[in-house]
Design a binder for this molecule. Structure first.
Ligand SMILES: Cc1cc2nc3c(=O)[nH]c(=O)nc-3n(C[C@H](O)[C@H](O)[C@H](O)COP(=O)(O)O)c2cc1C
Length: 201
């Protein structure tokens, strides 16, 4: 029985394109996986806390030496990493905000990219520790910044997200883009077709 982790990151709870597309994705996923379970994490409505000096100190303190306060400071990170480990597949709904991801999704990354837990340092450089699994990234942006456009260099959204996920061991990134939604419905329909294809593949 598969578990799908759904991460929403739009602060908009209504009329959000990424929420709408992701809801369609979930419906199709559930049809393809009738016994599958779904875990919801909404970092748009409830952004994870920012890292503090205490959190960072706790990240770098070996488990057996941590104080009770440090364990407490790690509770958000512990919970988010446990959700990631338990997932067989992940879907991330990512609106573009100011050329990048939303601040809620950034704090999620800051809480889950954790030394000794999701990556470690080796002689060859940092290495991701999470088991690889499919990660569907559903994006929406007002403009179209895809690789073939002259403004591709302004895109720090899916490019950044891919780097951050690869860093913790998630290599199998499947991008579904609604690129240029300010121009009308066409990009949303393209994304809709792409997600149907992605699930049935
Ligand atoms: C605060 C904010 C910042 C945005 N920044 C950008 C941007 O830098 N580039 C862009 O093309 N669209 C930008 N947009 C448009 C959104 O990417 C677009 O409306 C998208 O549909 C948002 O996803 P959502 O509908 O799921 O919230 C921005 C929208 C908001 C609300």
């Amino acid at each position: 029985m598969k578990n799908l982790l759904v991460i929403h990151s739009s602060p908009k709870l209504s009329q959000s394109i990424t929420r709408e597309l992701t809801t369609e994705f979930i419906e199709k996923w559930q049809t393809a996986n009738p016994q599958g379970t779904i875990t919801h994490r909404d970092v748009g409505a409830n952004p994870p806390s920012h890292l503090t000096e205490e959190t960072i100190g706790a990240f770098y303190t070996p488990a057996e030496q941590r104080t009770e306060a440090q364990n407490q400071a790690l509770s958000v990170s512990d919970e988010l990493i446990a959700e990631l480990r338990a997932a067989d597949e992940i879907v991330i709904a990512s609106p573009m905000h100011n050329f990048s991801i939303t601040s809620g999704l950034k704090t999620w990354i800051d809480q889950v990219a954790r030394v000794g837990e999701t990556f470690h340092y080796t002689e060859q450089g940092p290495q991701g520790l999470l088991k690889d699994r499919p990660v569907y990234v559903i994006t929406a942006s007002g403009g179209d910044y895809r690789a073939h456009t002259p403004i591709a260099f302004l895109n720090h959204q899916d490019t950044y997200l891919k780097v951050a996920l690869n860093f913790i061991g998630l290599q199998d990134i499947r991008l579904i883009q609604a690129a240029g939604v300010a121009a009308g419905e066409a990009p949303i329909n393209e994304a809709r077709a792409a997600l149907t294809e992605a699930i049935s593949a």
